[in-house]
Design a protein around this ligand. Structure first.
Ligand SMILES: *Cc1c(COP(=O)(O)O)cnc(C)c1O
Length: 397
């Protein structure tokens, strides 16, 4: 008999769709994968070289659990440069990916009786990480008309004496939207007044378009900084998903608890990856601009194309590499005997009949949408969108 904890958890739906698409591809089916949550770019050469050097130098042993000092210092430098935030080494922990950082936070902060507020649509792992720690996720719906930012009055309405934390993700996976400074200031005021933590997942910080800029809620004053755990990593900014490195900055007591927890589970992140990460953070950053310019072209193309498909509308995302089209008008249609009544029905229809893999909005807590990752080459994007248009045209109303 499995533990109650294990019974409460479902596998990550985004990884499940990705592996199904990869399996179809491996068996010779020409499936176009819009399901991926990782850049299609390769890790920059200078970072790879730093890793090779670490191996040749024999930097292949256990390190300090929470990361080597040169990496913590590089992270501190990054926060100073990018957000004008200053942290000490004891306020930083390096983990095996930002997902692991978030998991350590969950273990350190959430427990039975605690409520953790999660704006929806949300990234798939947030609710399950709360459940894994026997706490209760409290979902607050956000709306396209508000750029999917939580309304401060809606947030205030669900705060109780049991509220332990709020999880923010800006820019957002899956919506691609960004919080503005005014809304963050109102959220910060509530967090300080009601004394709860803000977990700020800033993994897409570097992927912001046009004249928008990323604001970290921790930068809005000393009181909110003391209650914020900023999570970031290299997976998205430096195309390093497979290297597994994420980090957290926050109050020293929480960071210490996370380090203790990590010392009993994974120990340090890979010594080689840590050396590569120092280079990623301290070395040249022009790679990011190149990647961003390419994502920007795809973003505009995908959104313009989606808006020409009858029954689908899509707002322009300001960050990350996802489009989040509203497909609710397509629901109620049929393909042969198959009825399309939900995002899951539509995603399955696209996979079976159009060989397009994408993630149904329901997985993120909003059934009116689908998530399309445009972190794939423009040729596939072109072909994929043609297939989507054709597939929607083949539906009977
Ligand atoms: C990709 C992603 C992460 C996890 O990144 P890793 O560092 O690879 O673990 C965390 N949060 C969001 C919202 C993501 O999309």
């Amino acid at each position: 008999m499995l533990s109650l904890r294990a019974q409460k958890i479902k596998p990550s739906p985004t990884l499940a769709i990705d592996s199904r698409a990869k399996a179809m591809k491996a068996s010779g089916i020409d499936v176009i994968n819009f399901g991926v949550g990782e850049p299609d770019f390769d890790t920059p050469e200078n970072i790879k070289e730093a890793a090779c050097k670490a191996i040749k130098d024999g930097f292949t042993k256990y390190t300090a659990v929470g990361g080597i000092d040169p990496l913590k210092d590089a992270i501190i430098g990054k926060f100073e440069r990018d957000q004008d935030l200053s942290y000490k080494r004891e306020e930083i922990i390096v983990s095996c990916g930002a997902k692991h950082s978030l998991y350590n936070i969950a273990q350190a902060l959430y427990g039975p009786g605690d409520e953790v507020i999660i704006p929806s649509p949300y990234w798939v792992s947030y609710p399950d990480q709360v459940l894994l720690n026997d706490a209760t996720p409290v979902f607050v719906k956000t709306y396209e008309a508000d750029s999917f930012m939580i309304r401060p009055e809606a947030l205030e309405a669900c705060i109780t004496k049991n509220t332990k934390a709020l999880i923010l993700n800006s820019p957002s996976n899956p919506t691609g939207m960004l919080y503005d400074r005014e809304t963050l200031a109102k959220i910060a005021e509530l967090a300080v007044r009601h004394d709860f933590y803000v977990v700020s997942d800033e993994i897409y910080e570097k992927l912001v378009y046009d004249s928008y800029s990323h604001v970290s809620i921790a930068s809005l004053g000393a009181e909110i900084k003391d209650r914020t755990l900023v999570v970031n990593g290299l997976s998205k900014s430096h195309a390093m998903t497979g290297w597994r490195l994420g980090y957290t900055a926050g109050p020293a007591d929480v960071i210490k608890a996370m380090t203790n927890i990590q010392s009993q589970s994974t120990s340090n992140p890979s010594s080689i990856t840590q050396k590569a990460a120092v280079e990623a953070l301290n070395g040249p950053q022009d790679f990011i601009g190149v990647m961003l310019a390419e994502f920007d072209k795809r973003r505009k193309f995908v959104v313009a194309e989606l808006n020409t498909v009858p029954g689908i509308t899509c707002v322009m995302p300001n960050g990350a590499f996802y489009a989040f089209p509203n497909t609710s008008e397509v629901y109620g249609s049929r393909f042969g005997t198959k009825e399309i009544n939900s995002s899951a029905d539509l995603a399955l229809y696209f996979l079976d009949e159009a060989r397009i893999a994408l993630v149904h909005g329901d997985a993120f807590g909003d059934d009116n949408y689908l998530r399309i990752s445009y972190a794939t080459n423009i040729e596939d994007i072109r072909r994929g969108l043609d297939r989507i248009r054709q597939a929607v045209q083949n539906l009977a109303r």
